[in-house]
Design a protein around this ligand. Structure first.
Ligand SMILES: Nc1ncnc2c1ncn2[C@@H]1O[C@H](COP(=O)(O)OP(=O)(O)OP(=O)(O)O)[C@@H](O)[C@H]1O
Ligand SMILES: [Mg+2]
Length: 352
């Protein structure tokens, strides 16, 4: 068991490490760590070239995890980091693994897929067919995989092994994509919206980071913690961070205020509000957020800080309102804006 102080210290070191190679995106960095410590998975949504891959790779590197094998779990090798490009012809067995016939031994043996890893980067998840998406989502949920009738764990507390999926998605809808249904989006603890750099200073700092070198800056990152630290930190957060009754009440009020059937004025923003599962996720994420800022007690600020990333993919925005905003905000900006405004209204209601 580790102390919450250590969660805060190592968490801060991880954040500093991310900031050495990725300019800006303070919220994305924080939510990435929150999700890792809350035992969730993330969906990174953004156009190409905005550092989605870099963020995840950098986090893996800071934990000493690269593409080589880093652990053996009941005889099965697990890599530190694996990336899978999702395409329409990708099959479930390309992710999970399969039984293959070995002519030398005249027997079947298991070929383990890329899911046997600490970090799995599932690039452009919406390009794979639903059957393949489901196979990954099931592994994420169950944290184990069955191949040829045998079940293999993806996580082990005693071995200090965790399993974390970061899936990416380009919000600009294209032909030949299979958008994840709401029910599956719900499996991601957070959807992190990665927009263009906020200011021209950030834009320039990004170029400066790259100007004098040919390789990616993240290749210089050194390890700040062992992978096993993540497993210990998860336990410390789960067991050591307290959620006072008034914060639970606040979260419940907030979640209920996103539902048009409970709070009719929210219908201007949301067609469908958040589920109880979303509420559970909100509390879980708020606990990790509290730990990262060094508090053993969750406060309203922690709930507010994770509200947008944890709920934005679990509500359905009012399409009419989105269309109204499109001329000034663009197609995707409009969707995020309506969701932000709806959540802000729910927040005001919950604070009353
Ligand atoms: N905010 C940033 N800070 C530092 N480097 C950045 C930033 N944004 C982009 N870059 C650099 O731009 C390049 C593209 O980044 P990356 O590959 O992570 O993008 P991506 O979002 O994963 O794109 P794609 O959707 O095409 O996979 C990298 O060299 C990365 O270091
Ligand atoms: Mg990428």
């Amino acid at each position: 068991m580790i102390e919450l102080d250590e969660v805060r210290e190592v968490g801060a070191a991880l954040e500093r490490g991310l900031s050495r190679v990725v300019v800006g995106y303070a919220e994305a960095k924080r939510v990435l760590l929150v999700s890792l410590l809350a035992g969730g998975h993330v969906l990174l949504e953004g156009v190409p070239g905005v550092a989605k891959t870099t963020l995840v790779k950098a986090l893996a590197r800071l934990l000493g995890l690269t593409e080589g094998v880093h652990a053996n779990l009941s005889g099965v090798p697990h890599r530190g980091f694996a990336r899978v490009q999702f395409t329409p012809d990708l099959m479930p067995s390309d992710i999970l693994g399969s039984l293959v016939f070995n002519p030398a031994t005249r027997d079947f043996e298991v070929r383990f897929g890329p899911v046997f890893t600490y970090f799995l980067l599932a690039d452009e998840i919406n390009r794979a067919v639903p059957r393949t998406q489901s196979a990954l989502l099931e592994a994420m949920q169950e944290r184990q995989v069955t191949i040829g009738g045998r079940t293999y764990p993806l996580e082990s507390v005693s071995a200090g092994k965790f399993f974390f999926v970061a899936a990416t998605q380009n919000p600009v809808e294209q032909e030949g994509t299979y958008p994840l249904p709401e029910a599956q989006l719900d499996r991601f603890l957070a959807r992190i919206v990665v927009e263009y750099p906020a200011t021209i200073e950030e834009e320039r700092r990004i170029y400066e980071l790259h100007m004098k070198r040919l390789t990616e800056p993240l290749e210089d990152l050194e390890k700040v913690a062992e992978p096993g630290w993540v497993v210990l930190a998860r336990e410390a957060v789960a067991a050591g961070v307290e959620v006072p009754e008034e914060v639970v009440a606040y979260a419940a009020k907030l979640v209920r205020a996103t539902r048009p059937s409970v709070f009719p004025p929210i219908a201007e923003y949301f067609e469908l509000g958040a589920s109880p599962r979303a509420g559970i996720a909100l509390i879980r994420a708020a606990k990790a957020h509290a730990a990262l800022r060094g508090s053993a007690v969750v406060e309203e600020v922690d709930v507010k800080a994770v509200l947008f990333p944890v709920l934005n993919h679990r509500v359905v925005p009012n399409l009419e309102k989105v269309v109204e905003e499109e001329p000034s905000q663009g197609r995707f900006g409009a969707r995020y804006k309506v969701i932000r405004e709806g959540l802000a209204l729910a927040e005001r209601v919950a604070s009353q």
